[in-house]
Design a binder for this molecule. Structure first.
Ligand code: NAD
Length: 270
């Protein structure tokens, strides 16, 4: 059997970082060899496994990316944009592959990412959930088959602390459907309804948001036609789905020599 892929995690003490430490530990094809946090972080030197609550792993939390890359085949980065920018440069120089989950990179940082991907293989995705990516593919297929003959409504539900609506995933679902139907989402999106709305315009895509309790995240796209409807749903039970997808991407990226890839490449959905 091939040696396990040596994985380092940036943002190791964060919500995703801890989940990634646990997920790498459960993956026989991978082994944690490095854990990185921001310079001066209080727990630097502590055992990364203890930090994540999975018991000692013999991997110390480090605060200098150069110290961890020598023993890593791939760096999984879920941090903040400025940290990711520095890690991209360090990985480019070291020839280390990357899996990047950090959101909010600026256009300039995206440009540096693309330049680095000419030399090293990188997977970057807004959403590493395997289920969400499969859902997007199913929506494209359904929209392509139904065409303009159905009414499309997207509902999503999240916990009471979420401050924006509709969710980015709901908008992404609407965009995937609109693209498949040759519509411009900005022109056809309708956000909620109230009062005397008139009859439904068949070209529109409706969005509806529920905020309640501790719901992790639920999304449903409804394709409703005469006499029947199809509903395609994704339900997240925890954030571990992102970690599972990122670790899967880390194993996949080892087969790539260079280039910028996303989760649809990893899952063969293109
Ligand atoms: P978090 O705040 O809990 O964790 C981020 C961690 O990065 C913190 O522990 C912080 O100390 C650390 N960090 C900051 N600077 C660093 C540096 N220079 N070097 C190393 N570590 C550093 O946040 P989170 O919820 O874990 O999310 C992290 C990022 O991942 C965010 O950008 C979030 O939007 C994104 N995210 C993406 C997906 C996806 O599927 N793509 C899923 C969840 C979260």
């Amino acid at each position: 059997m091939a040696d396990p892929v040596r994985v380092a995690i940036a943002g190791a003490a964060g919500r995703m970082g801890k989940m990634l430490i646990e997920t790498v530990g459960e993956e026989p094809g991978a082994r944690l060899t490095g854990a990185l946090e921001r310079p001066g972080f209080s727990a630097v030197g502590a055992d990364a496994g203890e930090l994540a609550g999975v018991g000692s792993l013999g991997v110390e939390l480090n605060d200098d990316v150069k110290n961890v890359l020598g023993a890593a085949d791939v760096l999984i980065d879920f941090t903040i944009a400025d940290a990711t920018e520095r890690n991209i440069e360090a990985c480019r120089l070291a020839g280390t592959r990357m899996v990047i989950g950090t959101t909010g990179l600026s256009p300039e940082q995206d440009e540096k990412l693309r330049a680095a991907a000419a030399e090293i293989a990188i997977v970057k995705a807004h959403n590493f959930s395997v289920g969400v990516n499969v859902t997007f593919k199913l929506l494209e297929v359904a929209a392509g088959i139904f065409g303009d003959g159905v009414d499309i409504e997207i509902t999503e539900a999240h916990h009471r602390h979420k401050v924006d609506a509709p969710s980015g995933t709901a908008v992404g679902m609407g965009a995937a459907i609109a693209t498949a139907l040759g519509r411009d989402l900005a022109e056809v999106a309708v956000y909620g309804r109230e009062g005397h709305t008139g009859a439904r315009d068949g070209a529109t895509i409706g969005f509806h948001s529920v905020r309640a309790g501790d719901i992790v995240g639920e999304h449903t796209a409804m394709f409703a036609g005469p006499g029947e409807r199809v509903q395609i749903s994704h339900v997240a039970h925890s954030r571990s789905n992102f970690a599972q997808g990122a670790v899967r991407a880390a194993l996949w990226v080892m087969e790539q020599a260079s280039g910028l890839h996303d989760m649809r490449d990893v899952l063969g959905l293109k």
